[in-house]
Design a binder for this molecule. Structure first.
Ligand code: ZN
Length: 307
């Protein structure tokens, strides 16, 4: 049996050197138990001369890419595989302009669209909530002044952040765009992302005062003139500055607030796998998701994600 994923770029290039090799890999991920007709559930098929799977029972024809994010693509699937390889294995992401050049794609728009689609594959439905000791805070992006929750923050993008603290090390991360820093929004962020009974560490902001009543343990650290955020919430401080660095570096400080959640999702994917020894495993995880994700139309991409 072949490995689930290539371990490095050399293995990747030799393994996915033809369209058929890519289709075979997608087949394995999409139908790990064998073919299953998307219309009637029948398991036997004929292969057509055009490489389509023809259900022997209902005669429905389908390609291995139909109903996935690759649906209807006119580009060779090898290009998608290469895009996904760079996207999943690069340390600090890849921007549309670089992807366009790397793959020789005709337009910036195509590269941008591919990256947006790949970003939607970085969130997994089966991911478990954070647990243990967790720092929670918010940070701001964009805008000129560095004002905190009050005045001046109206035009900035607000992001809620939660990161597990394991002694001096950090565990897993969650980031989510929020409308405002109200108790209602922050509490629902915490409930959606953190296991009940976890110990939550925040600053003294009133938006967190109801966490105890919701079934969490809550520790407040008071930020003073002597103690800055770096010393009271070191985990939050670190991930916030790392994320801002990616936005500044890879994306030259430019991001469209409408799509910020997708960039956050991508960052969380990378962060939570930073210690993963095999870069190929990251490729495999996103490809797995891509093979079963619903297709996204251009119009669908334009609508901002909600979580
Ligand atoms: Zn069928």
């Amino acid at each position: 049996m072949t490995e689930q994923f290539p371990r490095n770029e050399i293995e990747f290039d030799s393994r996915f050197s033809s369209e058929q090799a890519c289709f075979d890999y997608l087949f394995q991920l999409r139908w790990p138990e064998g073919f299953c007709c998307s219309r009637c559930g029948h398991i036997k098929y004929w292969m057509t001369s055009r490489g389509l799977y023809l259900c022997r029972q209902c005669k429905h024809q389908q390609s291995v890419t139909a109903g996935t994010i690759f649906h209807g693509t006119r580009k060779p699937i090898r290009l998608w595989f290469k895009a996904l390889w760079w996207f999943s294995t690069s340390k600090n992401s890849v921007n549309a302009s670089a992807l366009k050049d790397l793959l020789g794609l005709g337009s910036y728009q195509t590269a941008w669209c591919w990256l947006q689609k790949l970003r939607t594959c970085t969130v997994f439905n089966d991911r478990s909530k954070l647990s243990g000791n967790i720092e929670v805070d918010e940070f701001y992006l964009g805008g000129e002044c560095s004002g905190q929750r009050g005045r001046g923050a109206e035009h900035k993008c607000k992001v809620a952040v939660a990161v597990e603290r394991q002694g001096r090390k950090l565990g897993r991360l969650r980031l989510q765009v929020i409308e405002c820093c109200s108790a209602e929004e922050l509490t629902s962020f915490v409930k959606a992302n953190i296991d009940l009974g976890s110990q939550i560490i925040t600053d003294g902001w009133s938006g967190y005062s109801g966490l105890r009543n919701e079934g969490f343990l809550h520790e407040t650290v008071i930020q003073s003139k002597i103690k800055d955020k770096k010393s009271v919430l070191p985990g939050v401080h670190l991930v916030t500055s790392l994320f801002k660095r990616v936005i500044l570096g890879t994306f030259q400080g430019r991001f469209d607030p409408q799509y910020l959640q997708r960039y956050l999702d991508e960052y969380v994917f990378r962060f939570n796998r930073r210690t993963c020894r095999s870069i190929g495993k990251r490729f495999w995880r996103i490809m797995q998701q891509a093979a079963v994700s619903d297709p996204i139309t251009w119009r669908g991409l334009m609508i901002a994600p909600t979580s």
